[in-house]
Design a protein. Structure first.
Length: 575
């Protein structure tokens, strides 16, 4: 739906609101004698005349027993419903899927991760469209459920507030904070004999003390932070621990907030503007957030008919300092950021330096600047530095081009100094599992440029994250001595010299498909280029001789995905 069409629909909805303010389209299911059967079904669920007359709000719950990230969401759903009801709305809870990236990591099942983002967005859109809900509050925790929810919000263009399920509390290992990333790196240490079976088991037990999403500035916490910066979530809610009483309180207030949006006719199209997306990118690169930002933000922008490119992300990163010392590249967890002021502290410092659009509207009905007026800043510089004395002068993400990445590739630089040039001989693998086998045999050596291809959106399909491989590389002590590049992607927990989203991908004949063992690959961070040292003629000849592999899947969800999915540079969208 184009922006113009959304505006016409908004006016049409308002014209037909016959009862309570904000009952823009649910009247279609409740008004007149012809809807007596519909009301009969509603009464069977316990709805009263007053309930039926009020605006209808969908509450999209991603609570499940699949992943610890979403395991604690059910109480938050109840709080959102309480907030909607208390503000004279009628909430309807419905469920949708989510998958556990961490549990499927390193397996064939990980191919379902990015695919699930589209299913989540499609399912929320479908239910809200079919049931004629006036507003929606999605509640999500695991990586793809956050952007999937935001994509649905953008498509529907009905008043909406996004609620994050919350971050996990840190575990404890030898008196220090400990989390899942550390266990992954423990696997690499185990492979080289640095730790024994008992120690690895003790790490496994210590890392995850309860419900919530992974604790660093990984993908879930990056996307929750985006929720605040882009204006879809309540200020301060991104960093609240899953088990905090504050998380329940902010969930209730989210239910109240969506009713305020309904009464004031504030839609996602009023909030999700170009300025909002620029604010979101600015925050992410200042936080050292996940490379998955380069997939999810363009995908959400696509739903609003806004063209957010990799080049836009790179340009914003080049003018934005890195000011948050967050894992995986830094030292602190979301729990620590929450203790010193959360995302509002970071945004306040960025706004004060003129790096944010303060006039962007948010779900509070106020602007970013108005929301941040009362945000405290006690001057601490442990977790969050100042703009004047940052961790780095530029942001945490850079975009590369060159003869290996005509469409672009993404490198996370937060917390690392790779110098200006790096090169090494290619070690080429056509599946992630083959690299893990090579690592277990100790065949990956310092100076290698590891290439994993046929793992892109179409080729995987689903663009698997490679956390098991990258954690093993770090655990084996090769983290600063081995570069890895792939047309797949990385977990937000990945750190070290890892280049993802190389496009075009191998499965469609991108230059990465032409690489051979021993080819010298060069990374140039002065020109932001990724090249292979062969002539243009040789590269062209190799690609001319290349033949596309048969699709791994031809039917079902994955068969449809392969046919529909676009490139990583376009957010791997399917529509």
């Amino acid at each position: 739906m184009t922006t113009t069409t959304k505006g016409k629909q908004k006016a049409e909805d308002k014209k037909h609101a016959k009862r309570a303010p904000g009952k823009w389209r649910s009247w279609e299911t409740t008004e007149g004698a012809i809807r007596a059967p519909h009301r009969s079904m509603m009464r069977a669920m316990g709805l009263s005349d007053r309930d039926i007359a009020q605006p209808f709000v969908g509450v999209a719950s991603m609570h499940n027993e699949v992943t610890v990230c979403n395991f604690g969401i059910a109480p938050l759903v109840d709080e959102v419903k309480r907030g909607v009801s208390g503000a004279q709305g009628t909430p309807f809870m419905f469920g949708t899927i989510t998958v556990s990236d961490a549990i499927s990591m390193g397996t064939e099942g990980m191919k379902g991760s990015l695919v699930s983002r589209e299913i989540i967005a499609d399912s929320i859109e479908t239910v809200c469209f079919a049931e004629r809900f006036d507003g929606v509050v999605p509640i999500a925790g695991c990586d793809k459920s956050l952007p999937g929810s935001m994509m649905a919000i953008a498509r529907l263009n009905i008043p909406a507030v996004f609620v994050y399920g919350g971050s996990i509390l840190p575990g404890n290992w030898e008196g220090k904070p400990f989390q899942l990333q550390d266990v992954g790196e423990g696997v690499g240490k185990h492979q080289v004999g640095e730790i024994d079976d008992a120690t690895l088991r003790a790490m496994e037990i210590a890392a995850c003390p309860g419900p919530g999403a992974c604790g660093g500035m990984f993908t879930a916490n990056t996307m929750s932070s985006i929720g605040e910066a882009i204006g879809l979530s309540l200020p301060g809610s991104a960093s609240e621990p899953a088990v905090s009483s504050r998380k329940r309180d902010s969930s209730r207030r989210a239910g109240e907030a969506v009713m305020n949006l309904l009464r004031n006719d504030i839609r996602p199209s009023d909030i999700l503007t170009r300025k909002a997306f620029e604010n979101a990118v600015t925050l992410v690169v200042a936080l050292g957030g996940s490379t998955n930002t380069a997939l999810h933000l363009p995908a959400i922008a696509h739903e609003m008919d806004i063209d957010l490119t990799l080049e836009d992300i790179h340009e914003i990163s080049m003018r934005t300092p890195l000011i948050a010392d967050m894992k995986p590249g830094g030292n602190y967890l979301m729990y620590d950021l929450d203790r010193v002021g959360g995302v509002p502290l970071v945004m306040k410092r960025l706004l004060g330096a003129g790096l944010l659009h303060g006039d962007a509207l948010t779900v509070t009905g106020k602007t970013i600047a108005e929301n941040l007026e009362q945000a405290p800043d006690d001057g601490q510089t442990t977790v969050v530095k100042t703009v004047e004395a940052p961790l780095a002068a530029t942001g945490g993400l850079v975009v590369l081009h060159g003869n290996l990445a005509p469409e672009g590739a993404v490198l996370k630089v937060a917390g690392h100094d790779y110098g200006t040039r790096w090169n090494g001989p290619a070690r080429v693998f056509d599946r992630e599992e083959l690299v893990m086998e090579a690592l277990q045999r100790r065949e990956i050596k310092k100076g290698d440029f590891v290439v994993i291809r046929y793992e892109g959106p179409k080729g995987g399909p689903g663009m698997r994250e490679m956390l098991d491989v990258t954690s093993a590389i770090v655990g084996q002590g090769l983290g600063e001595d081995v570069f890895l590049m792939t047309d797949g992607r990385f977990s937000g927990a990945t750190h070290g010299p890892m280049i993802g989203h190389v496009g075009p991908e191998a499965a469609v004949g991108g230059p990465i498909a032409a690489l051979r063992d021993g080819d010298v690959i060069e990374l140039d961070l002065e020109r932001f280029e990724l090249n292979v040292r062969i002539s243009a003629e040789e590269l062209s000849d190799r690609l001319a001789a290349w033949r596309a592999p048969e699709p791994v899947y031809t039917r079902g969800t994955f068969g449809k995905y392969i046919k529909l999915v676009q490139s990583a540079a376009k957010g791997a969208v399917t529509g």
